[in-house]
Design a protein around this ligand. Structure first.
Ligand SMILES: Cc1cc2nc3c(=O)[nH]c(=O)nc-3n(C[C@H](O)[C@H](O)[C@H](O)COP(=O)(O)OP(=O)(O)OC[C@H]3O[C@@H](n4cnc5c(N)ncnc54)[C@H](O)[C@@H]3O)c2cc1C
Length: 264
């Protein structure tokens, strides 16, 4: 029997989870294993332990780790907006060709939609965009193009639950929560991952044939200081900072029927 191919993923945020889903869907071989490391909690433990997810919506001042780490990453307590834009929210278009950008956009949309279970009414596209852009340009400003998928916090959590169930029921996937990865290294053709397991207060090392590192903003400085991180070319993508203006619908209805959460 041929040797099992071991794949490691660091980070159970959207990037790590989408990678795992895509691998599971495309690799029919039973001879692979996918280990997903995250220093935070499982979905059950996270939802049980984040008080504001449970009831009154009042901030209980949880520590950062509970809010940003674990299944769903920092995307667990958001309102489920998936934005597709080449003009804001990152610089993917600078590192991908147009064809690749469009392919990944289609792929991630398709993956996300397949877990939404009929709640497809939340897709917001820009209508009459060139007309609105012209009007905004006349005022000396610019209108940025984006299409949105908006689920709302409750549905976003349900979608994450169905992703969790899908991955957990596949025997090739092994979630490793409470595993804080300290070092990653390349040894020959394999990757060694050293982690600290809080529960056992012990350090362990595991080896993988392939490694996906997706530790989010929180793990960015950790990864860029590892040997592998130091050997890679990378750039920091900008943070979009803006002023959010909320107006009653009757004030903006002519624009809002065409554009959703538009950015100027
Ligand atoms: C309050 C809030 C609201 C948001 N709302 C939206 C929204 O509506 N729509 C939207 O598109 N985006 C939203 N975002 C942004 C979105 O959450 C992030 O863009 C997204 O989570 C990034 O995904 P990621 O997988 O790259 O990283 P993350 O989600 O940050 O996941 C990284 C994971 O890696 C783990 N990790 C890091 N280092 C290690 C290590 N050394 N060992 C083990 N595990 C490690 C962390 O515990 C974490 O779980 C929001 C963010 C916040 C904070």
């Amino acid at each position: 029997m041929s040797k099992k191919t071991k794949i490691g993923i660091i980070g159970a945020g959207p990037a790590g989870l989408f990678s795992a889903m895509q691998l599971i869907r495309n690799l029919s071989s039973k001879n692979i294993s996918i280990s997903i490391f995250d220093k935070g909690l499982s979905l059950e433990d996270r939802t049980k332990n984040i008080p504001c997810l449970k009831n009154d919506g009042i901030c209980k001042k949880c520590n950062t780790c509970k809010i940003l780490c674990g299944f769903g990453g920092s995307g667990l307590i958001n309102d489920g907006k998936l934005v597709f834009s080449k003009e804001f929210g990152g610089n993917l278009q600078d590192i991908l060709t147009n064809a690749h950008f469009n392919m990944y956009e289609k792929l991630s949309k398709g993956l996300y939609l397949s877990f939404i279970d009929g709640h497809t009414n939340g897709w917001y596209r820009s209508n009459n965009f060139p007309d609105w852009k012209r009007k905004v340009n006349k005022a000396g400003l610019d209108l940025l193009k984006g299409d949105y998928f908006h689920l709302g916090s409750d549905r976003a959590l349900k979608v994450l639950e169905s992703i969790y169930t899908f991955l957990k029921k596949d025997s090739r996937v092994d979630f490793r929560f409470g595993h804080d990865v300290l070092f990653v290294n390349k040894e020959g053709n394999r990757f060694s991952v050293q982690y600290y397991l809080e529960k056992a207060d012990e350090h362990y090392t595991d080896k993988f044939d392939y490694l996906i590192v997706s530790p989010g903003r929180l793990g960015n400085s950790w990864f860029t200081n590892t040997a592998i991180g130091k050997s890679l070319d990378y750039f920091i993508s900008p943070l979009d900072i803006g002023v959010r203006v909320e107006l009653p619908y009757y004030v903006v209805d002519t624009i809002a029927k065409d554009l959703y959460e538009f950015k100027i």
